[in-house]
Design a protein. Structure first.
Lengths: 110, 174
């Protein structure tokens, strides 16, 4: 059975250059804030990056609120301080890609 | 719905950034509205300002002398202060920067106290406002994040949205 997903368009305060290392550190940060059980409920996955400071992350429908809270409280990824701003949420990727392109960013799939 | 937020004087926000974060306008303390830290400043009158601090006696004095909003720094409720706020139609401000700038057990305790404070305020029919009061870009939030913080401390979706739009407008727009 397919579970319902929700996609979030997230902006970072700093530019991200090493995408894979950043993504791994981001998952670790979410585990630190939400705990292992919360992480299981969120089931996050970074889908694609748009430019150097925007990315789309997927979460399960029931865990999307938890993910927004975790991103609000997460202020450090790896060794650098960074803030996350959730700009928009949608049930489809297309809507977020369109919004990202309105902001002048072209998405790059991971 | 139009959402509004307040940041500290030290945090510069462009109109474009405010729109991107989902706010109609982000106000700056000290420029758009006066923010008095009662633990430092000693004045007793405060027309159309927001009083901020942990000293309940000083907060109660300012609430009765015309403060628009009261923000309790340590999130510890005080029955007398909340009664005065209720009588004077004073708004209870919840500054979310205290949650984002603290960590670990300290943050958990603040969330727990805020939950109790919000419950009591709602029982006393005090309006509640959620503002970021971010001192830097690092502690700023989008409107979605403010709503989620409000929900974390016990507000429902409708209450959270109206706190950030209607109540924040009443608090910040003259």
């Amino acid at each position: 059975m397919r579970t319902k997903q929700r996609y979030l368009l997230v902006e970072t305060s700093n530019e991200v250059h090493e995408i894979h290392a950043f993504t791994e550190q981001l998952y670790k940060g979410i585990i630190e804030i939400s705990g292992q059980l919360g992480y299981h409920k969120i089931n996050p996955k970074v889908i694609e990056f748009a430019g150097n400071n925007l990315f789309i992350i997927k979460a399960s429908l029931s865990g999307v609120g938890e993910l927004i809270r975790a991103l609000t409280f997460l202020k450090k990824v790896g060794n650098s301080e960074v803030a996350f701003f959730t700009l928009r949420s949608s049930g489809t990727l297309r809507a977020l890609r369109e919004h990202a392109s309105l902001l002048g960013k072209i998405t790059v799939r991971l | 719905m139009k959402y509004y937020d307040l940041v500290a004087n030290s945090c510069e926000v462009s109109g474009d950034m405010a729109k991107r974060l989902g706010f109609e306008k982000i106000f700056r303390a000290g420029i758009d509205i006066k923010l008095i830290d009662v633990d430092i400043e000693k004045g007793t009158s405060c027309d159309d300002c927001i009083a901020y601090g942990a000293n309940k006696k000083r907060l109660a004095t300012l609430a009765s002398s015309g403060a628009r909003g009261i923000a309790i720094k340590d999130m510890r409720g005080d029955g007398r202060l909340l009664d005065i706020m209720s009588e004077n139609d004073c708004i209870l401000c919840v500054p979310t920067n205290i949650f984002t700038s603290s960590t670990g057990i300290e943050r958990s305790k603040l969330i727990y106290r805020a939950e109790i404070l919000l419950n009591v305020a709602r029982k006393k029919h005090i309006k509640v406002s959620f503002i970021s009061v971010a001192e830097s870009k690092l502690h700023m939030c989008s409107y979605m994040q403010l709503i989620e913080i409000a929900k974390l401390i016990g507000a429902n979706e409708q209450f959270a949205r109206s706190s950030i739009s209607t109540v924040n407008k009443e608090l910040l727009v003259k």
